[in-house]
Every structure is written in C-alpha cells, then in structure tokens.
Write a protein that binds this ligand. Structure first.
Ligand SMILES: [Zn+2]
Ligand SMILES: [Zn+2]
Length: 224
C-alpha cells in the first residue's frame, strides 16, 4: 500500500523524446506522429469527451461546459465505451492509463483535435521509480489523448462540489499537456504546476493558468 501514500497528478510524455528513445518500446505510450497541434487563429480546437462505463454520468456535461469556457473550444460528448480489456492490469486490479491513452487515440473522431477519457476506475502508469503507480490522470504532451479518473480524487473530498472542482482542475491540467503545455514552475497557484503527488496540491491550485502559461498557450495556437 506504499503506493497510495503519494500520488502523482499525472505523468506526461514528450513525443519527441519518445520517438527518439522509446519508439520500439510497446510499454510506453507514443504520441500520434501525424498529430501536430498547430492551428491557426480562425480554427477552433475541437475536443471529444469519452466517458468509460461506470463513471458518474454527470461529469461529461460538467466538463464540456468547463473545457469550452477555459480553452475557448468546441466540445462534444461521445457515447459511453466499456473499458478495453487489454488495458486491465491484473496484479493491481486496475487499468493501465498508458493503454487507455492508446485506445482513446484510436477513438478520436474525425475532425477532432483532442480526446479526453473519464473513468471511475483506478488507473496507473510506470514512472522512473515505480513499475505501477496510481495516478489522477495522464496525458500525451502535444496530443491527442488524455485520461482522468475520479477514483483517487474522491478520497477525502469534503462534498460533491469539492470533488467536482478537483475533477475539473485535473481535466484542464491534462488537456493543457495535450495542448503542449509542460509543468509550470512560474507560479505555485498555476493549474499546470506539478502537484508532486498530493491531492493537497490539487486543492491549492487555482483554476487558472499563470501569465507565463497563457503566453505559451497563445503561441502554440497561433504558430502554423
Ligand atoms: Zn501534469
Ligand atoms: Zn503556469
């Protein structure tokens, strides 16, 4: 149970590094080589939400509204999918977030840039130290997919509203990675700050990007 004492908010992957170092390693997630998150000012970002079976059905609508407002984008809600059996990690009775990212990438609708999966089951990934590490979410750096789970976010949540705020912040954080934003070191309150494993850090974050991250995001959205 040592893994439960400290949680990562997420682990993100830099596609350039993966393609140069790990492209033959099937255990690691790989970005979509044809995906290039560079859109013009006139083009809207289009995000698809994919709820996995069993997740609270109210989350999709909540996230649609929050994502649309926060990133000024268009969001659609896809029909519920069962969790893919190939992503199940039997030794810990939970699902591999890396495998779910691959599944989501394949489920990205035509004409959509990004996809976010939401699940109520526990998810995990491999990091530098741990073979299997429980996480709140996981996302590809630069798209196209990310995943969040409320399994760990529910713990110690004061009430439903508190839990919803955590879900929103983690979803916006993971989408930030898919939009190309790395972890932020400019501000302690920035949504893109690395939570370094604690739910307390998620609670302390504000639902906003610092000026530095806003500038970065604006540059990604305007560079062709
Ligand atoms: Zn992160
Ligand atoms: Zn920031």
């Amino acid at each position: 149970m040592v893994h439960f004492s400290k949680h990562l908010i997420c682990v993100f992957f830099i596609f350039a590094l993966l393609t140069s170092a790990c492209h033959n390693n099937d255990n690691l997630p790989q970005g979509n080589s044809s995906f290039n998150f560079s859109i013009g000012l006139d083009n809207k970002i289009k995000v698809a939400i994919l709820p996995f079976s069993g997740v609270d059905p109210t989350y999709s609508k909540l996230l649609k509204s929050e994502i649309e407002k926060f990133y000024s984008c268009e969001v659609t809600i896809l029909k519920e999918h069962p969790l893919p059996s190939f992503a199940f990690y039997q030794p810990r009775n939970r699902y591999k977030a890396d495998s779910l990212l691959k599944y989501l990438k394949l489920s990205l609708p035509k004409d959509y840039n990004l996809i976010i999966g939401i699940t109520g089951t526990d998810i995990s990934t491999k990091d530098d130290i741990h073979e299997d590490w429980g996480v709140f979410g996981l996302g590809f750096m630069g798209g196209p997919s990310c995943i969040i789970s409320d399994f760990r976010l529910k713990k110690s949540a004061i009430d439903k509203k508190h839990l919803q705020q955590r879900i929103i912040k983690v979803a916006l954080h993971e989408l930030g990675h898919t939009l190309g934003l790395p972890h932020c070191t400019s501000s302690n309150k920035c949504l893109m700050k690395d939570a370094n494993g604690t739910i307390k850090s998620v609670d302390e974050e504000e639902k906003q990007l610092c000026e530095s991250c806003k500038i970065k995001l604006a540059s990604f959205r305007t560079i062709k």
